[in-house]
Design a protein. Sequence first.
Length: 192
Amino acid sequence: MKATGIVRRIDELGRVVIPKEIRRTLRIREGDALEIYTDRDGGVILKKYSLVGELGDFAKEYAESLHQAVGHIAVICDKDSIVAAASSSRKEHAPGAMLAPERAISDALDEAIAMRKGQTRIAAKGDAMIPVTAGENASERYTAQLIQPIIAGGDAIGAVILLSREQNAAFSPADAKVAETAASFLGRQMEN
């Protein structure tokens, strides 16, 4: 664990305030769920809870199925990080790679998810690409992207993303419907 040097007292109701600097760094917002763990040394560990992240292996297999169905790079993310990704290139998902699981998503993608509506961007039409991960230059990496938010219980909790690197790439109406259906299915899974 990393020491922050910040000390807070527990109030009479058992509450403790997480400092603003830590909330901002870890992207913890009002209403976010936190899991509480204890370690052997008597420490308490708070971890941001992700409904989409709970899918784990299922999300990985689902991303693989999406990739095989549409032939494009398929990514499933929550509001903080990549949960699963699938493409023809295995090195794309290796630790440290841009689409590796647990890699933080960009602020621009977080904003696109918060808009709660699907977006398609095509470089050949002059559209600017949205960076998928923090620190990524999407314009150099992708020629087309389709972002479909996952909505569960009325909240945007993540997205299904299709990406292409092919010159003059475009998504068919069937590709858009597959992404929409996948996001809807994942949203319903989260509600159960």
